[in-house]
Design a protein around this ligand. Sequence first.
Ligand SMILES: [Fe+2]
Length: 353
Amino acid sequence: MKHANASGKSIEVILDQQETLLIVDDEAAIRRVLCQKLSREGYRCEEADNAEQTTNTLTTSPIALVILDVKMPGKSGIELLPEIKSGYHDTAVIMATAVTDINVAIQCLKQGADDYICKPFNLEEVSLSVQRALEKRRLRLEIREYQQFLEERVEEQTGEIRKIFLGAIEALVTALEAKDKYTGGHSRRVTEIALALGNELGLSEKDMEDLRWASLLHDIGKIAVDQIIQNKPARLTPEEYEHIMTHAHIGAEIVRPVVNGKISEMIEHHHDHYNGNGLHQVITGNTIPLGARIIAVADAFDAMISDRPYRSAMSVAEAIDEIKNGASNQFDPAVVNAFLKIGEMAATRAQSL
Ligand SMILES: [Fe+2]
C-alpha cells in the first residue's frame, strides 16, 4: 500500500531516500564538525548559517531533520522553531544549546522540538539524538500513513454500502410502481425534476445527494396503502384521501433506520402545503424542509402530466400554469420561480426516462 503525502510522494518513497540533515549554526567550525561526524554515518548534510538560509533550504530540499542553534544573530533558533514546525510537518528538529540554557531547551521541547543537544557537543550523543529523532519521525509518518489508509478504506466502504443500498431501494421502488400502470416511473421522474430544481436553487453537493434519495423514496409509504383505493376510478372520499395521505408518514418511518434525518424529514413533509393548509400539517412556510418543498412541486407536476384512474393527463403548459397558480399557497414561491425557469426542459427530460 502506497499513499501520497502533500508533496505527492508516497511515505515509503520518503523513508527509502537517504535522509538529509540540515545543520544550522552561525559558527562554521561547529557546522563542519557536525557535518563530518554525521556524513560518516551515512547521512547527507547541508548547512545554513542563519534563519533565512534555513527557510530557503527547507523550501527547496526534502530535509528529514534540522539541528538548530538556539542563539544566532538575527532571527534566533527559538523564533525559527515554530515556523519550521508549522510549515514543514515532516521535518524533525533538534535544538542545539549551551549547557547553561537548559530551561530554554525544555521550552523548545514544549514547542515541538524532538530533542536537544548541549554545547560543547559529545559527538556520540549527537549521533544517538539524531537516530532517536529520525526514528520518531519515521513512526509519525507511518502512523499518519496508516490513518490515511484507514480513512480511505472507510470512505470507500461507506460509498459501496450506500451504492448497494440505493440500488436495492431503486429496485424496490420500481417493483412497487410496476404494480400500478398509472404510477410507473413516477419516482424516477420526480427525482429528475427535483434535482434540476435543486441545481437551479444552488443546493450543495451533500444536499443534492439527500434530495436524490428523498425523491426516489418519497412514495415508499404507498407500500402500506390500499391498492383498491389508490386505483379507484373516481374522486376519493375525504376518508379515502386521508388513508392515501398516510403514506408520507409511513414512508418516513420505513426509511428512518437506514437514512439520515434530513431525508426522512423530506419524505414526511412532501405533501405539506407552503401556506399550512395541507392535511394534518404541523409546520408551515420555510420551516418545511427545502427538499420537501422541492419534491412537492416536482411530485405535483409529474402527477398532473400523468393519467390517473379518475382523470386524464394535463398538457405540460396547463400543468406549468397550475404550479404557477399554486405559488405561496400550496407551493414555496422560490421553488415555483426555479420551476418556471426549468419546467418545460425538466418535463421533457423526465418524460424520456
Ligand atoms: Fe406522495
